[in-house]
Design a protein around this ligand. Structure first.
Ligand code: ZN
Length: 127
């Protein structure tokens, strides 16, 4: 689960909890003192980040606990494993490096290539 999925998942849970109480986004915004657009963005699939205290305030406003709004599935940060097709070596990239490469790829719009540490084959990375 990446950051976007994490925020979207929490947003969905907030929406579900709000709807089960039958209150509108406007009402939730009013109770929490957040702007309507902030609440709307949290519940939509836009990448709206928010603090733990914001989730806590929303949880209180929705008569639920913060843990009920967190994703139900454990968030597992699995390392990215890339197989070298020449020598079958598995190159393991830690999640942090995976994210960094992702950012670089987004910024430069270029394909990232790694070199296999065993056979020095160039490997295209599709992130
Ligand atoms: Zn190799």
């Amino acid at each position: 689960m990446n950051d976007i999925q994490l925020y979207n998942e929490i947003g969905k849970n907030i929406k579900k909890a709000r709807r089960s109480l039958g209150i509108t986004q406007e009402k939730l915004a009013e109770i929490t003192n957040y702007s309507l657009s902030f609440i709307a963005n949290i519940e939509s699939n836009t990448y709206q980040t928010f603090s733990v205290s914001a989730i806590n305030n929303i949880a209180k406003a929705l008569n639920t606990s913060i843990t009920n709004l967190l994703p139900k599935n454990p968030i597992i940060d699995e390392p990215l494993v890339i197989k070298c097709l020449k020598c079958n070596y598995n190159i393991t990239l830690p999640t942090e490096l995976d994210k960094l490469l992702n950012n670089i790829q987004e910024m430069t719009n270029k394909k990232i290539r790694l070199t296999c540490p065993i056979c020095h084959q160039k490997i295209n990375v599709d992130i």
